[in-house]
Ligand binder design. Structure first.
Ligand SMILES: Nc1nc2c(ncn2[C@@H]2O[C@H](COP(=O)(O)OP(=O)(O)OP(=O)(O)O)[C@@H](O)[C@H]2O)c(=O)[nH]1
Ligand SMILES: [Mg+2]
Length: 293
């Protein structure tokens, strides 16, 4: 299994060769509510409670610290899908993280608890992509938080398979972070090392507010051109009805051509065919809704 379990192994020096080469390292923590964003952010900055004590969890928070010679800025964002929260408002606040991390974050850490992948977690990634754009995925790393010592390989395989629906790149860009372990220095060192490697591979080392603007414009266009769900359904039924009418017409014309006149047969066939196709379409839709539920 090729997952990166951040373990308590030997300490890896970070940017020892040239500590100034990267300046500050800017990190934005993103994810569904209750997955460990604030805890991980605190661990990264060497103060577990920095994002959890007396902080409004509906706002972004920026903190910084120097970790083994590296200036690190972390921006914690409000969690998605908290009951009673207005999603639009939460997303608007999450977008402000880019301003907090100016000139832009080197990495988005998509944080989720290590357990079976749920539709909600995939939805959180979909919201991420819609908000920050496809380009943002290139700056994203998945961090699975856990308090357990051992990771279930089957769950890991399934989870990674689901993540490929968003991008194949997550197969290489993820790690498991045990937030319970006392000795977090080496896990942290490895995580920062992975981020550094990822950043070093890019021509544009960090995500910019221009990329966010482009994503917002693209989303606006998509929303304008995409038909509303009720329009989609109407045109779907219209199409089914038309196909039914055409097929019914043809069948009616040939079959009823003897007893009735071919024209009457075609008329009867068209009505019956249309009703049949709309009925089948309706049953299909019902079945789909039931499966999705
Ligand atoms: N058992 C277990 N607990 C976890 C894990 N990750 C986080 N927790 C716990 O879940 C609680 C919430 O963690 P936070 O770090 O506040 O989560 P968050 O993502 O910041 O949540 P919001 O601020 O609501 O968006 C804390 O008590 C954590 O210790 C995990 O992987 N396993
Ligand atoms: Mg939080």
């Amino acid at each position: 299994m090729n997952y990166t379990k951040l373990s308590t192994c030997s300490r890896i020096p970070i940017y020892d060769e040239n500590p100034e080469s990267m300046g500050e390292l800017r990190i934005v923590l993103y994810g569904q509510s209750g997955q460990g964003k604030s805890t991980l952010g605190g661990i990264i900055l060497g103060n577990r409670e920095i994002f959890t004590s007396n902080k409004d969890s509906k706002k972004c928070h920026k903190e910084r610290n120097t970790i083994t010679g590296q200036e690190v800025v972390a921006v914690d964002t409000p969690g998605l899908f908290k009951v009673d929260d207005d999603r639009e408002e939460v997303v608007e606040e999450i977008k402000r993280s880019i301003k907090h991390a100016e000139p832009g974050p080197h990495v988005f850490l998509y944080v989720e608890r290590f357990k079976e992948i749920s539709q909600e977690k995939l939805d959180a990634l979909k919201v991420f992509q819609d908000t920050f754009g496809k380009q943002a995925v290139d700056y994203t790393m998945v961090v699975f938080t856990t308090k357990k010592k051992k990771i279930d390989d089957t769950i890991m395989k399934e989870t990674l398979k689901s993540l490929t629906r968003v991008t194949d790149q997550f197969q290489q860009r993820y790690c498991v972070f045990n937030i319970k372990e006392e000795q977090q220095e080496s896990q942290l060192a490895e995580l920062l090392e992975m981020i550094k490697k990822m950043t070093g591979e890019k021509r544009q080392p960090f995500y910019t507010s221009k990329m966010l603007q482009e994503s917002e414009e693209a989303l606006k266009i998509r929303k304008k051109t995409k038909p509303k769900p009720e329009e989609e359904w109407r045109s779907f039924y219209d199409r089914c009805g038309l196909i039914g009418m055409a097929v019914g017409c043809a069948v009616g014309y040939f079959i009823c051509g003897g007893e009735l006149t071919p024209t009457t047969g075609a008329g009867v066939g068209a009505v019956v065919g249309m009703m049949l196709f709309v009925g089948i379409a309706f049953l299909g839709v019902l079945a789909k809704i039931k499966i999705q539920a």
